[in-house]
Design a protein around this ligand. Structure first.
Ligand code: MV4
Length: 452
């Protein structure tokens, strides 16, 4: 096992990685910005190094500062967490050049998956189902019109360097295509420094279902089942669960088989998430792959009993999946996660400030991943996630009961949070029936307004 690992992140995920390292007897090095001096990841790491001013660009995203800290502390490896540098292939390359193990896939694979259209074609070649669409990036407006005609409207234009919802345009007719093509191209060029676009058939009411995978450094890949992530607002997930009510064991086994083949083919390593859209007929289509540990990984941990972060560390040390995972992977009961964000309840704008009261729920089937505490500060510079509340039960009903009672016992004062919103969602009949797609929150807010 590694002797010492640097965690290039902050907040709950930095603490989550510290927990995994502790259990494996690995020394930890935290890095922090001037705004995070009193954060728990700094307190609980064995060593901590300040790497710059509050703004991420000058601290957590500052590659020379992070690498210098790693060299000064003499670490064997860096865990990037999620967001920040986690999917930055250049950073992974600098780690390699500095003889520091990057805990994630090789930079070549990160780069491939970061180019969404290339990833799509690679998965298509490996027989993973994809939506009808363009083959390779679109070179011109005329080419876009040709593809759209062959695919059939509506279509969606996506930025090849994008992901997570930025730089997308839905096109419903040939007449409106030219303007939307130009808008998407310019937006992508400005946002990502790369204006490349591709096209897919548009699904009106998709469900977002993603598969967790682990891959060792000896060419072996395994799927740990799916998560249902359709409850989101403005591309920010609010609630995730595992397993999905819509995925049968037959579908799960089939996807596991195709993912094993396709990801072994591209030389995937470490943890990853493969995103699919499910159409109205219940069919799954690959849309993109995330090459990091995700925010919502705990729901998979709760139903499989597998510690994904410890698995990441052990894989990065060269251990084989066959020596760290049970076979077959069990799926036990049901888990749901609420993302507790520091946000204004109606406007959904960040709510920074000092937390005065912080009572964290516990008890049977409840897990809370957080780096916050009473008297703690929520700085305005970063992501608004302050805690993840995870409920596990023998079935979805029990997980929901536990979540409801835990939400009622989660007391945060001094800032606004999404806790009251979550409580209302867990009273909603449509949610309780598991009837949701990515437009759920829009309908939910309409129902709430109508009920007032
Ligand atoms: C789509 C789609 C419908 N059809 N692709 C948004 C985020 C990005 N990862 C993919 N997204 C979508 N791609 C096709 N062909 C609808 C969305 C979409 C969406 C997807 C997942 C979760 C929430 C979403 C909200 C709006 C649109």
């Amino acid at each position: 096992m590694f002797r010492k690992v640097l965690i290039a992140n902050r907040g709950e995920i930095a603490l989550r990685v510290i927990c995994a390292c502790r259990e494996l007897g690995v020394r930890t090095v935290a890095v922090y910005s001037e705004a995070d001096r009193h954060s728990l990841h700094v307190r609980f790491a064995d060593e901590a190094i300040c790497i710059g001013p509050p703004r991420s660009a000058e601290s957590y995203l500052n590659v020379p500062a992070v690498i210098s800290a790693a060299e000064i502390a003499d670490v064997d490896a860096i865990h990037p967490g999620y967001g920040l540098l986690s999917e930055n292939a250049n950073f992974a390359e600098v780690c390699r050049a500095s003889n520091i193990k990057f805990i994630g896939p090789p930079p070549e694979v990160t780069r491939l998956m970061g180019e969404k259209e290339k990833a799509r074609q690679a998965m298509k070649r490996a027989k993973v189902p994809i939506l009808p669409g363009s083959e390779g990036v679109i070179q011109s407006e005329d080419e876009a019109l040709d593809w759209a005609k062959s695919v059939g409207y509506p279509i969606i234009l996506k930025a090849s360097a994008g992901g997570g919802g930025r730089g997308m345009r839905v096109v419903r007719s040939a007449q409106e295509l030219p303007a939307l093509y130009q808008a998407a191209h310019i937006e992508a060029a400005n946002a990502f420094g790369n204006g490349d676009l591709y096209m897919e058939k548009f699904i009106e009411r998709p469900r977002h279902i993603e598969f967790q995978v682990l891959a060792d450094q000896h060419g072996s890949v395994i799927s740990l089942g799916e998560r249902e992530c359709s409850i989101q607002r403005r591309h920010q997930k609010l609630i995730e669960e595992a397993p999905s009510l819509q995925v049968t064991q037959k579908m799960r086994d089939e996807i596991a088989k195709t993912l094993k083949r396709s990801l072994e083919n591209v030389g995937y390593q470490n943890a990853g998430t493969v995103e699919f859209l499910m159409d109205e007929d219940g069919k799954l289509y690959f849309i993109e792959m995330n090459t990091r540990i995700q925010v919502e990984h705990p729901v998979t941990e709760m139903v499989t009993g597998i510690d994904l972060v410890k698995a990441q560390l052990r894989i990065a040390c060269g251990e084989r999946l066959s020596s760290i995972l049970p076979h077959p992977i069990p799926i036990r009961g049901h888990a749901i996660e609420c993302r507790v964000n520091a946000e204004h309840p109606e406007k959904f704008t960040p709510s920074a400030g000092k937390i005065t009261v912080f009572n964290v729920p516990g008890g049977n089937g409840i897990r809370v991943d957080t780096a916050q505490y009473a008297e703690g500060i929520v700085p305005p510079y970063y992501d608004s996630l302050i805690a993840k509340l995870i409920a596990h039960g023998n079935d979805r009903e029990e997980a929901m009961q536990r979540m409801k009672r835990a939400l009622g016992m989660f007391v945060v004062e001094g800032i606004h949070t999404t806790i009251p919103l979550h409580s209302r969602i867990f009273e909603d009949e449509e949610f309780r029936a598991g009837k949701f797609d990515t437009k759920f929150m829009e309908r939910f807010f309409e129902r709430q307004k109508a009920a007032q």
